[in-house]
Design a binder for this molecule. Structure first.
Ligand SMILES: NC(=O)c1ccc[n+]([C@@H]2O[C@H](COP(=O)([O-])OP(=O)(O)OC[C@H]3O[C@@H](n4cnc5c(N)ncnc54)[C@H](OP(=O)(O)O)[C@@H]3O)[C@@H](O)[C@H]2O)c1
Length: 338
């Protein structure tokens, strides 16, 4: 039996989750939604059944010559689960509809944690999401921090984590946010919200984060310092990170000198230059006394996609290892072999 999945909101995350679902042999996309009859709606309607996210606007779609199959509620009537990929905070509004119709739902990291019963990361707490009704996949930055910290803490005794997050100002398509030439501490008063968000998945980690917005759209970069509470060598850390397919090691020696080069590699490696993995610079892994230093890059548009697929399977009680392996295989995660 294939799970029938609705995607409410077909933007940066929604279109990627829809394509990833279409690659799975145990689920299918029954439809996606848009509010605006723009080029993204036209392209969506070529691949999937398109529905209106809101009651108004039907005549605008008609005028634009875009065929629609009905409204959100019609779509939800055909689905076993909805992945809400609507803008920040809109998911909480949509939840009222999901509750009324009794449908299971996955929310994204732009929602507050109490939108769902559980905040989710596939590696760190898959089993806690099993058989839940509402699950929130944490944000791109939190997903990357959680994966890395989880992999380190399951292999070594670690203490406090301190991380600086250099955030891309917007996604590449967001022209309305304008062009800028500045670096903004975000927030200026410490700490940033990311540490609190990591604790929604890994409550026992001692973590403080600071964050800055930078005038770039390609990727985020995280600089971490992690206290080691046992003797660990740099090689031990490299081996442990190499073992996890959702962490990709890249080397300066291969020309990976910046996020520009990482994305240039991804343009040849994957559709939409999507990198579902944390991208860790090999040369950044260093130990000084009790402190481990690591720098990673995060493709914000793609990193949460595998987590959404695994969250769907967790909600329907599928075993963790089976789901993660299936997701990794279908999205070719872990295939970079140099
Ligand atoms: N982009 C990232 O870097 C990133 C990374 C991780 C997590 N997230 C989270 O993922 C969520 C979606 O972000 P995004 O970047 O994909 O946003 P986005 O590109 O702006 O896409 C949002 C989509 O939602 C649709 N929409 C608007 N109003 C809606 C409504 N009332 N009900 C249903 N759909 C509606 C929009 O359709 P129209 O265009 O037709 O209005 C659009 O297709 C947010 O919670 C965000 O925080 C984003």
């Amino acid at each position: 039996m294939r799970l029938k999945v609705a995607i409410n909101g077909y933007g940066t995350i929604g279109k990627r989750v829809a394509d990833a679902i279409a690659l799975q042999d145990d689920m299918e996309v029954v439809g996606v939604t848009k509010t605006k009859p723009d080029f993204e709606a036209k392209m969506a309607s070529m691949k999937f059944d398109l529905y209106l996210a809101k009651k108004d606007g039907a005549e605008l779609f008609e005028k634009a010559g875009i065929e629609t199959c009905g409204f959100l509620e019609d779509l939800l009537g055909k689905a076993d689960i909805v992945v809400d990929c609507s803008p920040d905070k809109v998911g909480a509004e949509n939840k009222k509809i999901y509750e009324r119709l009794g449908i299971k739902a996955i929310f994204q990291g732009g929602e507050k944690k109490d939108v769902a019963e559980i905040s989710f990361n596939a590696l760190a707490n898959y089993d806690q999401a099993k058989n839940r009704r509402f699950v929130r996949v944490v944000s791109c930055n939190t997903t990357a921090l959680t994966r890395l910290i989880y992999q380190l803490k399951t292999n070594f005794k670690i203490g406090r984590v301190r991380a600086t997050i250099l955030r891309r100002i917007s996604d590449p398509k967001e022209d309305k946010k304008g062009l800028m030439n500045a670096i903004m501490p975000d927030p200026i008063a410490l700490p940033s919200h990311h540490a609190k968000d990591v604790k929604t998945v890994l409550p026992d980690v001692d973590i403080v984060t600071t964050a800055f917005k930078l005038p770039t759209t390609l990727m985020h970069v995280h600089s971490l310092s992690i206290e080691l509470k046992e003797k660990v060598s740099r090689e031990d850390v490299v081996t442990v990170l190499e073992k996890e397919p959702r962490i990709m090691l890249v080397s300066e020696a291969d020309g990976f000198t910046s996020t520009a080069k990482i994305i240039e590699f991804a343009r040849e490696f994957r559709a939409r230059n999507d990198l579902f993995e944390n991208v860790v610079w090999l040369e950044s892994i260093a130990i000084d006394g009790n402190d481990l230093f690591v720098t990673q890059a995060v493709h914000q548009e793609a990193i949460v996609v595998p987590e959404n697929i695994d969250a769907i399977r967790a909600i329907f009680g599928v075993e963790k290892k089976l789901s993660i392996e299936k997701t990794n295989r279908s999205l070719r995660i872990g295939e970079k072999n140099f």
